[in-house]
Ligand binder design. Structure first.
Ligand code: IPE
Ligand code: IPE
Ligand code: MG
Length: 244
């Protein structure tokens, strides 16, 4: 039992922007990449916490389509680091009943070997249902909508779909993970108040919690605090309650 969390109202899906690794490192006189490395403990403590409270879907922003603009050394580090994290952790995640998935573009600059490890890990954990942990990797919300639009346009061109039959469900079906529920809660660390191209379509009605904690300092208690805050929000989805 986790104190003060209403177990009957656990969000179904929490999405996290793991931000602040560089600043965490800089404050300690370390290299930015050491901040990324320190973020691994934060991630797996948050995953543990999620499992503890029965969270079913957790999505984490690991690398954006804009992060390629960083210095080559840092980009290279992030590619290798994400690959090694996957290889080191996948058996453990699998034993815990976690289904690991990736959203984002797999083509382009992502090394072929990394794509292979992604596919292997997805296959290894595909039957698990306790939690789905999705890595947004080479992910951009706009790129996702571009890719969906291309796929829809191809169906129209092939005569399989009439333009006036395209609706919100058509678009949702063509996103990277069409079975993923929209995030109820989006958490961003490091005191930045922006979305940075994360889950643009999916977060239309998400609640947002921003915290000053830098990602490498984040622990399950911070996740629980964000969920408590979420549980105090009134979600309206454009409606009003009877009597208002
Ligand atoms: C988030 O930390 C990790 C990635 C974007 C890969 P940053 O590297 O953005 O850290 P700050 O925001 O510069 O402190
Ligand atoms: C968002 O953080 C991307 C990830 C956490 C992977 P950034 O640090 O890249 O976002 P900006 O540049 O501050 O908007
Ligand atoms: Mg950042």
């Amino acid at each position: 039992m986790v104190p003060e969390i209403d177990q009957s109202r656990i969000p179904k899906h929490v999405a996290i922007v793991m931000d602040g690794n560089g600043r965490w490192a800089k404050r300690r006189g370390l290299k930015r990449t050491e901040g990324h490395a320190a973020g691994e403990d934060a991630l797996f403590d948050a995953v543990e916490g999620g499992l503890e409270i029965g969270l079913q879907w957790m999505t984490v922003y690991a690398f954006s389509t804009e992060n390629w603009r960083r210095p080559l050394d840092e980009v290279r580090f992030l590619m290798r680091f994400n690959e090694s994290l996957l290889l080191r952790r996948r058996d453990d995640l699998n034993e815990r009943g976690v289904r690991v998935r990736f959203i984002g573009r797999r083509s382009g600059r992502v090394p072929r070997r990394v794509v292979r490890h992604i596919e292997d890990t997805e296959a290894l954990t595909a039957q698990n249902r306790r939690m789905t942990l999705t890595f947004a990797f080479n992910y951009g919300g706009r790129a996702e909508l571009v890719d969906a639009t291309r796929a829809i346009a191809a169906e129209v061109a092939a005569g399989k779909l009439k333009p006036d039959k395209i609706d919100e469900r058509t678009i949702a079906r063509h996103l990277y993970a069409h079975d993923m529920p929209d995030p109820d809660l989006v958490v961003r660390t490091s005191g930045e108040f922006r979305i940075s191209n994360y889950l643009l379509w999916e977060s239309a009605y998400s609640e947002f919690v921003f915290t000053d904690v830098l990602w490498p300092d984040f622990r399950r208690e911070n996740l629980f605090a964000a969920i408590r805050e979420f549980q105090h929000r009134e979600r309206r989805f454009g409606e009003i309650q009877e009597g208002e």
